[in-house]
Design a protein around this ligand. Structure first.
Ligand SMILES: Cc1cc2nc3c(=O)[nH]c(=O)nc-3n(C[C@H](O)[C@H](O)[C@H](O)COP(=O)(O)O)c2cc1C
Length: 175
């Protein structure tokens, strides 16, 4: 696991080749193994490979979602908030499991934040995504994870660059 974490970076440029079906199946198994509060599993995932839909998802926000137009695969991470009050945490855990599993399969990925983000002055990014993938009104969208074969040559973060001053022992040390 540490090896996977040492390699992980956000990847926003991808080769045009598709992600193999076997790898998509491993990714879907991985997210369904995510822990959730009280085991309520409030999340739902929409797996998108249709280039037209991916282009539309790329337009979810003015900034920060454009890379989705160039991914071969995306997972829309949504939830029914009526099922669990801590659905945000549940979705975030599933999303990071998806990203780490992608690394283990030789794939790159990046998170596009949708929750609390505007699409434009009149609509939320969430409403846009809901329309693109046909989610019902009661569903909310946390994020979209774009996945594919990386075209970027990004090294993992060097150990020396990690903010170890954020680790406190026994009590918070304000410094
Ligand atoms: C909650 C969350 C929201 C993020 N939202 C976006 C986003 O909307 N667009 C994007 O390109 N990257 C997004 N990212 C990726 C971050 O920009 C990235 O993780 C950060 O810059 C650190 O880079 P690294 O992942 O390569 O270590 C998000 C990451 C997280 C965890």
């Amino acid at each position: 696991m540490l090896d996977i974490l040492q390699k992980r970076r956000s990847i926003r440029q991808f080769e045009p080749r598709a992600v193999e079906q076997e790898k998509i199946e491993i990714l879907t198994e991985a997210i369904l193994r995510a822990p959730s509060s009280r085991g309520l599993n409030p999340w739902e995932f929409v797996v998108v490979t249709d280039p037209l839909k991916l282009q539309a998802l790329g337009k979810a926000k003015a900034h920060g979602s454009g890379f989705l137009a160039g991914v071969p695969l995306a997972f829309v991470v949504a939830a029914d908030p009526g099922r669990c009050d801590v659905w945000v945490e549940d979705c975030a855990i599933a999303a990071i499991i998806l990203q780490l599993t992608a690394v283990s399969l030789g794939l790159g990925s990046c998170w596009a934040q949708i929750r609390l983000r505007p699409h434009d002055d009149g609509r939320s990014a969430e409403a846009h995504v809901r329309d693109v993938v046909g989610l019902p009104e009661r569903m909310v969208v946390d994020c979209i994870i774009g996945i594919g074969y990386s075209r970027e040559n990004k090294a993992g973060h060097a150990r020396g660059s990690l903010p170890f001053d954020k680790i406190h022992h026994e009590c918070f040390d304000a410094k």
